[in-house]
Write a new protein. Structure first.
Length: 144
């Protein structure tokens, strides 16, 4: 069964191919660019047909998935806000200070040699008894 002509509904389609010609350039075959619709003031926007639900059940399912995503996102935002409260500038500063104090204790001068602290405090004695091997690394000179 043949369809009716799109230009004259009282006639049957006779495969004249007039419906395939471009409205802007009549010698060109239409490629569905949509420029003819833009000239008439119609706003053309791309819609992905796959994303349009086919029935109300599918619509409800998609809306449910969207609600779940929104809820998960809101939960994530709340967790981030709570974690920001846990890590205030003051608490981080306190943590850094306590760690710094621990390391200062670990890197104190070696105190088990008698008189070592006196030598380290006296620049003149330090210069006479030590030689700087590398920046910050002092080596005691050997006694002859």
């Amino acid at each position: 069964m043949k369809e009716n002509c799109i230009f004259d509904s009282s006639k049957l389609c006779n495969d004249c191919n007039q419906c395939d010609l471009c409205d802007i350039l009549p010698n060109k075959t239409c490629n569905n660019c949509g420029k003819c619709l833009e000239q008439e003031g119609v706003d053309i926007r791309a819609i992905r047909i796959e994303d349009i639900a086919k029935n109300s059940e599918e619509n409800e399912f998609v809306e449910g998935e969207l609600d779940d995503i929104i809820d998960d996102t809101n939960d994530d935002i709340e967790e981030i806000e709570e974690s920001e409260e846990d890590y205030s500038v003051e608490s981080v500063t306190e943590d850094v200070e306590s760690v710094t104090e621990d390391y200062e204790d670990a890197w104190d001068h070696i105190e088990y040699l008698d008189g070592l602290q006196d030598v380290l405090d006296d620049e003149v004695k330090l210069g006479e008894l030590t030689q700087e091997q590398f920046p910050g690394l002092l080596k005691f000179k050997r006694r002859d």
